[in-house]
Design a protein around this ligand. Structure first.
Ligand code: SAM
Length: 172
């Protein structure tokens, strides 16, 4: 029974990785710390995480910025379920985690958009950001740059891969 459940869980993760084009690889604690460090201390408004995975980064954002509303969107059912369970175990009143496609998420009131996607997904995301983001919105990306955009700042995290983090200020 336990073996069947484990195989079903792996299959479900695999199916959704095929569907979204990426596995639910979590941002590591070191990269997460570096990402939080790049954001201004005085933030308010809405932080949107595109593909919130297992919830580690979303929870860290919600704790670090208690005056912000943090909204995560995740399609893969198992990571999303785990993220909801961890939220039940340690509630964060300013965090909402939706099982939904971020391509349909409204971004017009975002102060910050956070993501850790893949190169092809960044390219596909760009028209949505161009259509919806207000000038001045911050976009923070783990590892993958937005093609054609000039970052406001970059940082190399102290992790095994020396991951680069990109911070953009959106302008039309
Ligand atoms: C590399 S993981 C990063 C997870 C999390 N953001 C983190 O940094 O720990 C990317 C996540 O985006 C999710 N994803 C990809 N495309 C999506 C879409 N269109 N809508 C919602 N989630 C999506 C994947 O299922 C995956 O969990």
């Amino acid at each position: 029974m336990a073996l069947f459940a484990a195989l079903a869980a792996i299959a479900l993760i695999f199916i959704y990785a095929l569907r979204t084009g990426m596995p639910p690889t979590p941002t590591s604690p070191r990269v997460r710390a570096a990402m939080l460090d790049m954001l201004p201390d005085a933030l308010n408004g809405t932080i949107v995480e595109l593909g919130s995975g297992w919830g580690g980064l979303a929870v860290a954002l919600a704790r670090r910025f208690p005056d912000c509303r943090v909204v995560g969107y995740e399609l893969s059912p198992l990571p999303w379920l785990v993220s909801r369970l961890r939220l039940m175990a340690a509630p964060a009143p300013n965090l909402r985690l939706h099982r939904a496609d971020f391509r349909r998420a409204p971004l017009g009131d975002a102060t910050v958009v956070v993501c850790y996607l893949f190169p092809a997904a960044m390219t596909k995301l760009r028209p949505k950001l161009d259509a919806e983001l207000r000038p001045g919105t911050l976009v923070l990306s783990n590892t993958f740059a937005m093609p054609g955009w000039q970052p406001l700042a970059t940082q190399t995290a102290d992790d095994l891969y020396r991951s680069t983090i990109y911070l953009y200020r959106y302008r039309r």
